[in-house]
Design a protein around this ligand. Structure first.
Ligand code: SF4
Length: 103
């Protein structure tokens, strides 16, 4: 089951839908190499997510602080791509770390 909520507008919905399709296609392509993992996923802790954000509180993501953005990431209301500074050169390591947290 896939659930997506709190999208800003049609363009945001299209971007999130494209990402979901790409991820599902990647999974399908690797299906023979995948071993099912039946463990329960524990959401990352707020401070662990915040540690990997730029922490400038610039507001470009549409929320007032990186802390608020971290909370919305954990809730699944936003995706890491909603933070423009994270997509800039030099931030690749933070992006990988956020992915490793399951975001
Ligand atoms: S855009 Fe990124 S750096 Fe700026 S406030 Fe939002 S989370 Fe923080």
């Amino acid at each position: 089951m896939i659930s997506i909520n709190n999208l800003k507008d049609r363009s945001h919905a299209e971007r999130v839908a494209r990402m979901a399709v790409e991820r599902l296609n990647d999974i399908w392509e690797c299906r023979d190499e995948i071993t099912p993992d039946h463990t329960t996923r524990v959401p990352p802790k707020l401070l662990d997510v915040l540690r990997h954000l730029p922490r400038t509180n610039c507001g470009e993501c549409g929320v007032s602080s990186c802390m608020a953005f971290a909370a919305s990431l954990i809730e699944g209301e936003r995706c890491v791509e909603d933070c423009p500074p994270l997509l800039e050169a030099g931030m690749e390591e933070k992006l990988v770390e956020l992915r490793e947290l399951g975001l």
